[in-house]
Design a binder for this molecule. Structure first.
Ligand SMILES: C[S@@+](CC[C@H](N)C(=O)[O-])C[C@H]1O[C@@H](n2cnc3c(N)ncnc32)[C@H](O)[C@@H]1O
Length: 318
């Protein structure tokens, strides 16, 4: 069964965030959520299939092997809320729905990603789908209102999407998830682990150039939706590892001095100046356990993939 919870506009608009992010003094920056328009969501799907991007396959392997164990540890979950929709959810939903009828609530800002997730999972027995086209916390707070008496809520935050937050705001985000939950509810949190740079960098700068197109598509989106005049060949994709903060950063670098018009606003770029478009923080195994303790959870189990260092953490609200 498929119901749509409806789309909600929360926070600033795309135009406001672009104006603020390109107009700020110092490092220009845009929120990574804007990478996921229709084209961006389709490109991300391709990225997850690239040989260099081992993260998705690592998490799929863990969920294939351990979903029954997860469902046995938290058997009474009536609602599964996924922050950002994904294709890895089938096994875990199958395992949880063996115990009781389950409402699956994907929370997504991209209607394309939401629709493809709904199509993908619509045939699961004992599962109804209630998708919310909105921001993570807005959707979570709406989904938990449907809690059924005696049953818990399981939140899935997969794909190491927590790594898109800086570390301290990431913990604030986990605290807000905890506030929406009750003791005994679960949070399955994927954290991509530190790994050698010759493995890590190509995952964000693949030789085929798909990640470069995914990143550059943000400029195409600004041109199309906000009337910008970015000339694409005058920007290039950069993926670098910031060792101090232990994160991959994606940027778009201006290859020359230039001025860009978006609607009625103008933005100047010096040669080599960049727009910072996404961070992907990398973790150590024990960090998820410590984050859990600081944010109102305890870690009930952790599984690590042996081919691509990645940890799946089963946290329980205390
Ligand atoms: C990196 S993808 C990960 C998708 C999937 N969970 C996985 O593990 O492969 C992030 C997804 O979350 C969505 N997203 C990003 N920021 C969001 C936000 N603030 N609120 C709701 N959805 C968001 C994007 O549209 C995208 O589909």
């Amino acid at each position: 069964m498929l119901i749509r919870g409806g789309a909600t506009q929360t926070g600033n608009s795309f135009a406001e965030d672009v104006s603020a992010g390109l107009g700020r003094p110092g490092q220009k920056e845009l929120p990574s959520k804007y990478l996921y328009d229709d084209v961006g969501s389709a490109l991300f799907e391709v990225i997850t299939k690239l040989p260099e991007y081992g993260l998705t396959r690592a998490e799929e392997r863990i969920l294939r092997r351990h979903s029954d164990e997860i469902a046995e540890q938290l058997p009474a979950q009536g609602i599964v809320v996924e922050l950002g929709s994904g294709r890895k959810t089938r096994r875990i939903l199958e395992a949880l729905a063996q115990h009781q009828f389950t409402t699956y609530c994907p929370i997504e800002i991209s209607s394309t990603a939401l629709e493809s997730c709904e199509r993908e999972l619509d045939d699961l027995p004992n599962v109804s789908i209630l998708g919310f086209e909105t921001e993570y916390l807005d959707g979570l707070n709406k989904a938990v209102l449907r809690r059924r008496a005696g049953l818990g809520v399981m939140v899935l935050f997969l794909g190491s999407s927590i790594g898109n937050f800086d570390r301290s705001p990431g913990e604030d985000f986990l605290r807000k998830i905890r506030e929406a939950l009750q003791p005994g509810d679960g949070l399955l949190l994927g954290t991509d682990l530190e790994k050698p740079l010759d493995q890590l960098i190509p995952a964000y700068d693949d030789p085929l150039g798909v990640t470069a197109v995914f990143n550059t598509n943000l400029l195409v989106r600004i041109n199309r939706e906000l009337g910008g005049d970015f000339d694409l060949p005058r920007f290039e994709h950069v993926a670098l590892y910031n060792a101090r903060d232990r994160r991959i950063e994606m940027h778009l670098r201006s290859i020359e001095n230039q001025s860009i018009t978006i609607g009625r606003e103008q933005f100047s770029f010096q040669r080599d100046e960049t727009i910072w478009t996404e961070s992907s923080h990398k973790y150590r195994r024990h960090e998820a356990l410590e984050m859990a303790e600081r944010t109102g959870f305890k870690c009930a189990a952790q599984w690590v993939d042996d081919e691509w260092p990645f940890a799946e953490n089963l946290l329980v609200a205390v």
